[in-house]
Design a protein around this ligand. Structure first.
Ligand code: 4NP
Length: 144
C-alpha cells in the first residue's frame, strides 16, 4: 500500500500525517510506503514548520528529516491512495492532475472519520503554536 498525504505547503499538516502514519506502521509491523506533498511550491525543499516538528516531538515522532515537495499529476499513478487534508486541497489536486484525476484514489482525509461531511483539517499556518496541538490530535485520530 502506498499512501500520499497532501496539503497546501507540505510544511504544516501533511508532514504531521506522514510522521503519524509512519509511526503507526512501525508500531504495527506494517510495511506501507507513506509520503506527503503540497499543492503549491512556496516551501519546496524546506523541513516541516518548527511547530509541526515540536508537536510531533512531543509525541515521540521525529519529522525533522522530511523535505517539502510539490504534488504532481504523476503521483496519482504512483500511489494507491492520495489523501487531501482539506477541501481546497482536493480541488487543487484535481486541477493539477487534469485527465489523470482518479476519484477512486483521491480521497478527502477526514471522510475516514466523518463520511460525506466535507470536513477539512484546519490550516494552523496562520495561527500560534497552540493551534498545532489539536491539528495533531485530529490527524492522529483519523490515521488510526
Ligand atoms: P500546510 O500549511 O498546507 O498545512 O503546509 C501552509 C503552509 C504555508 C502556506 C499555506 C499553508 N503558505 O501559503 O505559504
Amino acid at each position: 500500500m502506498k499512501i500520499l498525504f497532501v496539503c497546501l505547503g507540505n510544511i504544516c499538516r501533511s508532514p504531521i500525517a506522514e510522521g503519524v502514519m509512519k509511526n503507526i506502521c512501525v508500531q504495527n509491523n506494517i510495511s506501507w510506503t507513506i509520503d506527503s506533498a503540497g499543492t503549491n511550491n512556496y516551501h519546496t525543499g524546506e523541513p516541516p514548520h518548527k511547530y509541526s516538528q515540536i508537536v510531533c516531538q512531543h509525541h515521540g515522532i521525529d519529522i525533522s528529516s522530511q523535505r517539502a515537495k510539490r504534488f504532481v499529476a504523476e503521483d496519482i499513478e504512483k500511489y494507491d491512495i492520495i489523501y487531501a487534508l482539506a477541501v481546497d486541497v482536493y480541488q487543487e489536486i484535481s486541477l493539477i492532475a487534469k485527465e489523470k484525476m482518479n476519484e477512486k484514489k483521491v480521497k478527502l482525509f477526514l471522510d475516514e472519520l466523518y463520511l460525506n461531511e466535507n470536513k477539512s483539517v484546519i490550516d494552523p499556518w496562520y495561527g500560534t503554536k497552540e493551534g498545532y496541538y489539536p491539528v495533531f490530535e485530529q490527524i492522529k485520530m483519523c490515521c488510526e
